[in-house]
Ligand binder design. Sequence first.
Ligand SMILES: [Zn+2]
Length: 485
Amino acid sequence: MQLDTVIHDGAIITAGECFRGDVGIADGRIVMVAERIPGGGRRIDAGGRLVMPGGIETHAHIEQENASGILSADDYLSGSVSAAFGGNSCFIPFAVQHRGEAIGAVLAKYERRALRSVIDYSWHLTVSEATERIVTEDLPRAFARGIASLKVFTTYDQMNIGDGGMLDILTVAKAHGAVTMVHAENADMVKWMNRRLAAAGLTAPRYQAISRPELAEEEAIHRVIALAKLVNASLFIVHVSTAGGATLVQREKLGGARIFAETCPQYLSLTRQNLDLPGEEGAKYICSPPLRDAATQAALWRHVQARTFDCISSDHAPSRFDETGKFANGRDVPFSRIAGGLPGIAFRLPYLFSEGVARGRITPQQFVALSATNAARIFRLKAKGSIAPGMDADIAIWNPEVARRVTLADQHDNMDYTPYEGMELTGRPEIVMTRGEIIVAADRLVAREGQGRPIARSIMDLAGRPGHLAKELDPNQNFGAAIAP
Ligand SMILES: [Zn+2]
């Protein structure tokens, strides 16, 4: 067989194994993994390097309007380039349906936007309302097109789907083998805190962290898990930021519910003290859920080690430190009027590698699971997330030793700051490939605009996963047969 590329003598890491050898690539796919592979049109010496699946970023806001109409600072070119420099070969940003918008039109809009991407992509469809038409017609149509995941919110007036709406969404997603993601915070607790703080004149950025209590997340996580268990549906809880929330996830996973979860580098590396900067500087650290404290950080790291989390995602939500982003509602406004969100798509994997693998908290195999393999399994990217014959040649070759400080320029995004400026990290991706083509090499972009492709995803295979069956909806008990989802 004629091989286009052979990656030679690297430490090949998958979610389960680590072994020294060669990877043979032809026509964009991995066709051979062996101790030694001769030949190849191009040979890449990976001696002393780690050969890992390219990262899959599953939480990113790219060229996306939020509910108040502010567009994220990165488009599909800058966002995908930044992702590539951070070791990613593929991402799944959100395609967001705001109230009144037709889902077909939303997907068509994001299809146009994504044409500039340098890495492969799909979308999670964010749904802001559970109308009859959306639930019975639009969503089944979207699932059939390979959109295998949805996202809903329990908070924000323009997005909050309500518990009943969420049950309808979970039920249709389950029927089609899709997974529902949820942003879980108790909307009324947050509003009540906001009113108290405003009445007391406490509106500087630092109070944003106080305004969204840990209990608001814990309560909502508990509730959404109960909703998912009632209809025995798969649920992915995004950006878990509290020890209490993580403990609930851990307990329900052990109990057999189909619960998945992620946390993000900002909750592992920053605290609410970052919001204490003078003047408007604290606005750079406003995100929801908010940054917590050092004890929460330590607890979240323990949950990373204990495999409570399936993914570490960036929640890249780039709002520039100017009138196009953070200050779209003006300067000197209360924290509630400052745009939320932190950038971090290029930072995610170098951070996880440095603080996780280099510091001995997780194994390289766990790094691969958290950065790519679990995402591919949960979100149904069948040919991605591992290094094995038949898989797409989405590969990142990492130098595990090199140390460097984080700078804004290194992020290659369209931002005017990085919250992580100056942080010292060990290990970085040197070569990143998408389907066998090098897109980043030695700090240089070699990708062609638009070379990324849309990936149609398959539905979730639930065989062998009993999940949780509510007695009242069990078709074999009581009256369940008439109403079972
Ligand atoms: Zn987000």
